[in-house]
Design a protein around this ligand. Structure first.
Ligand SMILES: [Zn+2]
Ligand SMILES: [Zn+2]
Length: 271
């Protein structure tokens, strides 16, 4: 399987380290057919990690400029990683990745993505130290991610496991954890059944397996869901990271095809 595309790509317009043009050049050098950008949508409660309102406009202009400049070498798509906790700034996006990076508790937006210390504190402060209740709150919210964002792709569905490598805080094999995850997956799939298999957590050395976990992928396949591969790249070197392994995982969960955005359409590629 050669999956020469990535639609989950960050740049220095948000919390990525490389410029959009550096990402394009890298993708061209790797023989990519398409590359889509997905800057973090503006969120007033998380300015350092997201694009600003003005920055979103600049991002859009730059991606459209690159699309023209590299037109004969690669297909460039304009996307956004839209967090469900804040409204979208409308631009003519080719696709939307719907994600949830925060649990909203009262007036506070608690990041599930930033550091293990933040997650630990939140569990202590709001869930009496009970990680299962924290996970339940995450899934009770993320089940609406596609409804709210109107996304084409569901981003890192079980991000709540980010700091839980080796079941450090909760048992991902337990019924208690899995029940709410599966229920949320089924709910999300009714609004958007295309999920990404995201290897970004492995690249950043937080996880040894991609999002979502294999039991969720098997469930997704069972209910007719579909997949794309994404490296959730924040630097050029990570483009396509572990896509071969992700593809083998997908096959072991029953998938025979993945979707690839080409000529403006999501088309099937055989795994
Ligand atoms: Zn994300
Ligand atoms: Zn991302």
């Amino acid at each position: 399987m050669s999956y020469l595309s990535n639609l989950h790509t960050h740049t220095d317009f948000c919390d990525g380290v490389d410029s959009a043009e550096a990402m394009v050049k890298r993708a061209v050098s790797m023989g990519y057919k398409s590359l889509g950008f997905s800057g973090h949508s503006y969120a007033p409660f998380d300015v350092p990690n997201c694009m600003t309102e003005q920055g979103t406009g600049e991002y859009v202009s730059e991606i459209l400029r690159l699309r023209e400049k590299y037109r004969d070498k690669i297909q460039i798509y304009l996307g956004i990683e839209q967090d469900m906790m804040y409204k979208m700034i409308e631009y003519p996006y080719d696709y939307v990745i719907g994600s949830m990076h925060y649990i909203k508790i009262g007036d506070e937006y608690v990041s599930v993505d930033y550091t293990d210390a933040i997650a630990e504190n939140a569990v202590k402060k709001y869930f009496s130290g009970d990680w299962y209740r924290y996970c339940e709150a995450y899934y009770a919210s993320v089940k609406d991610v596609a409804k709210i964002t109107g996304c084409n792709i569901v981003g890192h569905f079980d991000l709540v496991t980010k700091f839980n490598e080796g079941n450090k805080y909760f048992d991902e094999n337990s019924y208690k954890y899995r029940a709410s995850a599966i229920e949320a997956l089924r709910a999300v799939a009714q609004d958007c059944n295309l999920f990404e298999i995201n290897t970004g957590g492995i690249y950043r050395r937080k996880r040894s397996a991609p999002y979502p976990a294999d039991f969720l992928l098997r469930e997704l396949h069972k209910i007719g869901g579909e997949i794309v591969f994404s490296s959730d790249s924040h630097d050029e070197k990570s483009l396509g990271f572990m896509f071969f392994e992700a593809s083998e995982l997908a096959k072991s969960c029953g998938f025979r095809y993945a979707k690839l955005l080409l000529d403006g359409k999501f088309t099937d590629v055989r795994l």
